[in-house]
Every structure is written in structure tokens, then in C-alpha cells.
Design a protein around this ligand. Structure first.
Ligand code: ADP
Ligand code: MG
Length: 559
């Protein structure tokens, strides 16, 4: 995915580039700081269970508009409730996935578990949802703010479109705003007198085009929503770096992030509801956990904060070997009863090596343990369900308040069905005509599965009409750029300034059954940033990096 030439650029929180000696020193220090504060991962290339590498990170926090951040935070409890209601709507889940499960074996296997559980009745009516709603700023959404309309390539910028205050604009020096803005910004760098600088600041502020005007949901995760630890840990590193660089005065623009506590407390609330003091919390894990810090810190937080609650880690294969149901269908591992199951694996076909792992999933699903997610929550998090929710009038089925319906409706970008029917065929034709506008997604989680832009026609043509129903088509979101240093294990020293784009994830916790929600809250956030040329930005996968938001105020507030 390459950015268009006129993609807007968000201003930096501090002036870049840094002098080379300062950059070298602070980067080396930040790497050690990251490892020593658990912003780390196991190496995929030189794996050892005995060592960690620091996780790739962005040296200073990336800017994010305060208003949009606050909107996303405020919306999360509504999204939690929406997803909870969707998960409990049997008819909606069944009709929405009907075509998909005919051709997608993985989703069909999950759906089979759902069907069997429905037939026998849910042993445990309470679900624990630990969700993460992922979003990107959309730099070109004229329907919300005509001021943000982007000029066509080669056209002059609209001087009315001002995103930033003058100081920030000058901080964008060296990071270069788009198009015409670039020349003005460069001139600001050379301004010799204070008066000149002041005038130029003003000019820059009037020139940089609006880099954002809304955000759109990329996806909603209902299983294994990661970065509960790495989200807050990213802030810890960048707070340290900003202080080292003499910018402690800016730290107040980095919002608090209690994701780890928020998520772990959610598990403990579910444990409380289960109500047996000796019962344990079970983490379902992959055979090898590269992202180990983002699981162990959850475990350690629970053990340190609630020492009476034991945490176990088991693979699906282990559960198949050791697990059984007791007289009241309680899940037993040896002689330990499981109160809560937290799935950090089980979201991709590779986690199920054989029927044994599917049997283990079914065993857990039929047990009395409270699952995160229960099977219906897992299905509610599929891309197909997200696509169905974005259709007109569908939200009314799940949300009563018209203002809330409007607010949630706005976060969806275009999402299109590829089912084997008239609408699906129209989507197919549209994708062949203008593939560069879209991303094609299967029912998978964990990154690396989507098809982008010009690759879409070939991918679609290889599928039969029926096979297409396993996929959905989505409008490509165009986030504004930021410029900064990305620090990676084995990467260049000193790091180079690169063009990046960010994806914000907002965590939510929701606990309840079909009739009642007993807990519903927003639980912190995470920011992942990738090279602007990369399609996907998985941190462990290689192109993404830990980041955290530096909140900036928009022109609307300034004025
Ligand atoms: P997964 O479940 O594999 O994480 P996502 O839907 O989150 O699937 O897509 C993976 C990545 O692809 C995202 O993190 C984002 O970087 C990119 N991406 C997905 N959808 C879009 C979109 N509509 N526009 C731009 N980038 C997208
Ligand atoms: Mg994702």
C-alpha cells in the first residue's frame, strides 16, 4: 500500500531530525529501557525461551487528534453493548454467516460448535468480552468536513484547511508537509529572525492541510485482543525518551493508559461471578508464544494484585489431554477447576492441529467456565458480521438510541458482501473496475491474510462465485502520515526518519448474559504504527512498531 503523493502529514510532537549524537545516545538508552520494562518479544529468527529482544518501537509518540481520540474512547461502551447484543442474536449470526460457512471450513468448524452448544443449551450463560476496536484516521472524508477535502495531485492546497497550531506546524519542519506546504515549512526552517519565524509560523499554520477529520473502524476483535501490556509499555518508553530529550513539559499530552489493569480486572470480575475461591483462570496459548510479555504481564498482574487467584497456561492440545468435565460440567484440569478461560490462541486454523484441538474447544465451550470469548462472541467478531453491521438499518436491531446509532454508523467505511447473489456480484464487478480503492478480507484474524488494491482482481478471478462468499470487500482507509524514527532489533543505527501511519485500538470489557450486562467499560488503548508503504503492521510480523498517541488539538478547537 503506497500513500498518495498528497497524503496529509500530522505535525510532530518535537522538532525532528535530532542531532546524530543525541539520537544515537537516546536510541541506545531507549532500547535498554524497552527490554528492562518488558516492551519485548521472543525472537522469531533466533528463538530461545531464555531470551527476549526489545519489540520494535517508534522513538517519540505519534500525533493523534485529541477530539477523535476522545470520541473513540467515549464510543467504546456503546460498541461493547453492540457486540454483546450481536453475539446473543442467534438469528442474525446464523443468517449472516449462512453463505460463508458453506465455503470457509474454519468458520464452519466454529459455527458447528455454536450449533451444538445451542442445541444443548448454554451451560454458562455469562460471557466475558475483552474487545479491541481498531481504527484509522481517514484523511479524506468530505462528508464530515468539507474543509478537509484533499486537493487532486498537482492542485494547490486549500489554505482554509488548517489542522494544527503554529508551534506544531513549525515542529513539522524537516518532516515536510504535503505539496505546497512543504516549501513553506522548509522556509520556516531557515527563518533567521524571531519576527520572520513568527510570520512563517502563521503562514505554515494556514498552509498545512487538514490531516484528519474523522476515523473509521478497521475491525473489531473479540478474541485474543493483544497489547493490553504493550500498549501502556509503549507509553512508558516514549515518556522516558521525551523526558531524556528535555520535553517533560509535553508529557501531559500523552493520555493515561490502564489497559493491562482494565483487562485483567475484567477477568477477575468474571472470576468473582463464577464464585468459587479455589477455581483458576486458564490462558489458552499457542504452542510457542513469541509475544510472551503481552501474556505474562497479564498473568503477573493478576498474581500480584490478587494473590489468591491462580493462573494456568495451556495449549488446546494440553486441554485435550488433561481436561474433563465434572458433575456440574465444571472444567477440570487435573484436580483444578477452571473459572475463566482467556483465549490467546484458537483464532486461526494453524492452532488446531487435528480434531483433538477442536474437541478441546468444544469441551471448554460446553463447560461451566466463563469464556473470553464464548463461541458466539468469537463468531460476532468475524469480518462477515462487521460487514453486515455496516449495512443500512441493521444497527437499529441492536441499539435503541438514535444518537448512538448515528455515532456508530459513522465509524463504518464502505463494507461490501461478496455473497453469491446480485449484491455480491455487483461488489465483484466494482472490485474489478477500481481495485485500488479496496482491501479484500477473508474470515481470519492475526494479520497477513488480506489482499490489497491491484492484487484483488487476480485473487477474485481465481475463486468460484461461491468461494467469494468467504470474503468481504472493504474501502481502503487513507490515514495521514507521520514522520519519525522506527527502532527495530538489528535495524540501522542511528535510525532514519521514515513515513508512517498509525492504527489506534481501544479496549473494552463487557460481561453479561443474553438479558443483562453487568459490567461495561472502556479499558485503555494501544497504538501500532507501520511504514506507510506496508499493507499491514503486525508488530511481531515485522513491519509494525509499538507507539502511543500524542494528543494534538485541531483547528476547530483553536478557532
Ligand atoms: P486482522 O484480523 O488480520 O488483524 P485486519 O482487518 O485488522 O485483519 O487487517 C490487518 C491490517 O490491514 C490492519 O491492521 C491494517 O493495517 C490493514 N487494513 C485492514 N483494513 C484496512 C482498510 N480498510 N484500510 C486500510 N488498511 C487496512
Ligand atoms: Mg487487525
Amino acid at each position: 500500500m503506497s500513500s498518495e503523493a498528497n497524503t496529509p502529514v500530522l505535525p510532530n510532537c518535537i522538532r525532528l531530525p535530532l542531532p546524530e549524537d543525541e539520537l544515537l545516545e537516546v536510541t541506545a538508552k531507549a532500547k535498554d529501557y524497552a527490554i528492562m520494562h518488558g516492551a519485548a518479544m521472543r525472537s522469531k529468527t533466533a528463538f530461545s525461551p531464555d531470551s527476549l529482544n526489545f519489540a520494535p518501537f517508534v522513538l517519540v509518540p505519534s500525533s493523534f487528534p485529541r477530539k477523535e481520540f476522545e470520541k473513540a474512547v467515549a464510543l467504546q461502551p456503546i460498541i461493547n453493548r453492540l457486540m454483546h447484543n450481536v453475539a446473543h442474536d442467534e438469528e442474525f449470526i446464523t443468517t449472516t454467516l449462512a453463505e460463508t460457512i458453506k465455503v470457509d471450513e474454519f468458520t464452519a468448524n466454529l459455527f458447528n460448535i455454536y450449533r451444538k452448544v445451542l442445541a444443548h443449551g448454554f451451560t454458562q450463560k455469562i460471557s466475558l468480552g475483552m474487545l479491541r476496536s481498531d481504527l484509522m484516521l481517514e484523511s479524506g472524508c468530505p462528508e464530515l468536513s468539507p474543509r478537509a477535502q484533499r486537493p487532486a495531485a498537482g492542485e494547490d492546497l486549500d489554505l482554509d484547511c488548517v489542522a494544527v497550531d503554529a508551534d506544531m506546524a513549525v515542529n513539522a519542519v524537516g518532516t515536510a508537509a504535503a505539496g505546497t506546504g512543504r516549501k513553506v515549512v522548509a522556509a520556516a526552517a531557515e527563518a533567521s529572525t524571531e519576527q520572520e519565524e513568527e510570520q512563517l509560523k502563521q503562514k505554515v499554520a494556514n498552509t498545512i492541510q487538514s490531516a484528519y477529520c474523522c476515523w473509521k473502524q478497521v475491525e473489531i476483535n473479540t478474541i485474543a485482543s493483544g497489547f493490553g501490556h504493550l500498549g501502556p509499555a509503549s507509553k512508558t518508553i516514549q515518556r522516558f525518551v521525551l523526558s531524556e530529550l528535555g520535553h517533560a513539559d509535553k508529557l501531559h499530552n500523552m493520555p493515561n493508559n490502564n489497559a493491562l489493569a482494565g483487562l485483567c480486572d475484567g477477568m477477575v470480575k468474571a472470576w468473582d461471578i463464577y464464585g468459587k475461591p479455589k477455581a483458576v483462570i486458564l490462558f489458552i496459548i499457542e504452542d510457542v508464544s513469541y509475544n510472551i510479555c503481552d501474556q505474562r504481564f497479564h498473568e503477573f498482574y493478576i498474581r500480584e494484585t490478587y494473590p489468591h487467584i491462580k493462573v494456568l497456561r495451556r495449549t488446546l492440545t494440553d486441554v485435550h489431554k488433561e481436561g474433563k468435565l465434572g458433575q456440574s460440567k465444571e472444567l477440570l484440569l487435573g484436580n483444578l477447576e477452571v473459572a475463566v478461560i482467556y483465549f490467546r490462541a484458537g483464532y486461526e486454523p494453524g492452532h488446531y492441529h487435528s480434531q483433538a484441538e477442536w474437541d478441546a474447544r468444544y469441551l471448554m465451550e460446553t463447560s461451566l467456565a466463563i469464556k473470553c470469548p464464548s463461541i458466539h462472541y468469537h463468531l460476532a467478531g468475524t469480518k462477515k458480521v462487521q460487514q453486515a453491521l455496516a449495512q443500512p438499518a441493521v444497527l437499529e436491531r441492536f441499539i435503541n438510541d438514535p444518537d448512538e446509532i448515528k455515532a456508530v454508523g459513522k465509524i463504518f467505511t464502505g463494507l461490501y458482501s461478496l455473497d453469491d447473489n446480485e449484491a455480491g456480484n455487483a461488489t465483484y464487478e466494482m472490485a474489478l473496475r477500481t481495485p485500488e480503492k479496496f482491501v479484500l478480507k477473508p474470515q481470519r484474524e492475526g494479520g497477513g491474510n488480506n489482499v490489497y488494491g491491484v492484487d484483488i482482481p487476480d485473487a477474485l478471478k481465481r475463486m468460484s462465485r461461491v468461494e467469494r462468499s468467504a470474503w468481504i470487500l472493504m474501502d481502503l482507509i487513507h490515514p495521514p502520515l507521520t514522520k519519525g524514527y522506527m527502532v527495530r532489533p538489528g535495524g540501522d543505527m542511528p535510525p532514519q526518519i521514515v513515513d508512517m501511519v498509525s492504527e489506534l485500538g481501544i479496549f473494552g470489557v463487557v460481561i453479561g448474559d443474553a438479558e443483562h450486562i453487568v459490567h461495561n467499560y472502556q479499558a485503555g488503548h494501544m497504538l501500532r504504527t507501520k511504514l506507510s508503504t506496508a499493507n499491514e503492521g503486525g508488530v511481531a510480523a515485522g513491519l509494525g512498531a509499538l507507539d502511543s498517541p500524542y494528543l494534538i488539538d485541531s483547528d476547530d478547537e483553536q478557532n
